[in-house]
Ligand binder design. Sequence first.
Ligand code: NI
Length: 172
Amino acid sequence: MSIRKLVILPDARLRQISAPIPGVDKDLRRFVDDMFETMYDAPGIGLAAIQVGEPKRLFTLDVSKRDDTREPMVVINPEITWKSDEMSVYEEGCLSIPEYYEEVERPAAIRLKYRDIDFNEREIEADGILATCIQHELDHLNGVLFIDYLSKLKRDRVIKKFAKAAKREDEA
Ligand code: NI
């Protein structure tokens, strides 16, 4: 297992649409192990494949927030089949936009169809932080970031800040 380098805003790869996964093989399992290691190391509660540069419809999650009772979840080819009318607001962050947090409103509950690590079809209902996290990660697969839900003013400000930081790093 190894920790992968995170793709950081404003890297254009974050705007890419990720491709469906045809099946699970040894290489994909190894890649998923790397994603978990990268996610726990960061630390984060969710990581989409594109955030380590792989445009695959896959993300890892663990909203347990505790080291002793980890609840790792692998989500492949996800599809939201139902969203509640009720909304909820959470302060969100993103490993690709480090140390930036803002409140985002999303449907409070969802139903999700996906494939697990054995490529078996699954369907779950989620609410609370899990519902928010799933929607945030699924957005990544479509090139959407949580800052897209903010006002244009706020979004432009954070993109500019990260663009400047990236330029400084290039010049260093
Ligand atoms: Ni994110």
